[in-house]
Design a protein. Sequence first.
Length: 260
Amino acid sequence: MRLQAHALDLAVRTKRLVVSATLDAPSGSFVGLVGPNGSGKTSLLRLLAGLSRPDSGRILLDDVDRATLSRRALARRVAYVGQHTAPDADLTVRDVLLLARIPHRALLAPVTAADHEAVDDSLDRAGLSGYGPRDWASLSGGEQQRVNIARALLQRPDVLLLDEPTNHLDIRHQLELLDDLARSPLTVVAALHGLDLAARFCDRLVLLDAGRVVAAGPPVEVLTPERIAAVFGVAADVTLDEEGRPLLRWYRLPLAGATT
Ligand SMILES: Nc1ncnc2c1ncn2[C@@H]1O[C@H](COP(=O)(O)OP(=O)(O)OP(=O)(O)O)[C@@H](O)[C@H]1O
């Protein structure tokens, strides 16, 4: 499913969080949202997820205006994992995962054996077999993150929106997750801080600065040393790996040539 956003604007009081942002995530692509702290990545993802409403602009799912879809239809198609997604109540891991099946059940229909099987499968795939009876709150940060992503996948969405999905994950789990996302047939849009990993795994990057999209396209076009210096204020060497993707090497601060 193709996800497009046209000229999205969002302001809170006088602060403009997202300014005329346009984004195109073709079906099955993995798009990375990158940019410094406070550049609007979360704000844009929340607009795409329908968690906040733009002041202007449109969001299209396969050319259909998202505003015309019901909440339930949207929940079946689009799953979102935020940075601090925590269930309110005391729930087990199994309870948390079963919640994800709700959009696929008739209203008030009971949980079935098929739901439990789907939960067991998702735990196996997340490398968390046997974690079902554990209290969600007792999991480590990385385990909670993996359960959150498993929960989003259990929704069987067409579009997956992830805010900092590699947060809390050790390097092996970061690589496994990004590799899975890159291979997945889902359309994925993820806010990522690690430019190196974003460059390696994403098909396209959207670079935000102060709420505006300042560059979008394949990583090799977006992550030039000049743009990295202008947006992040750091100096980097950019070479290409064997697949033609950018490999970044950072210089220590202060930025060469900068006056203090
Ligand atoms: N409700 C709000 N009211 C006022 N300002 C807000 C609100 N929500 C976000 N902001 C501000 O909007 C800007 C963008 O925030 P956002 O969380 O989208 O950035 P981000 O790129 O995801 O940042 P980070 O990399 O630090 O997670 C920040 O300056 C933030 O303080």
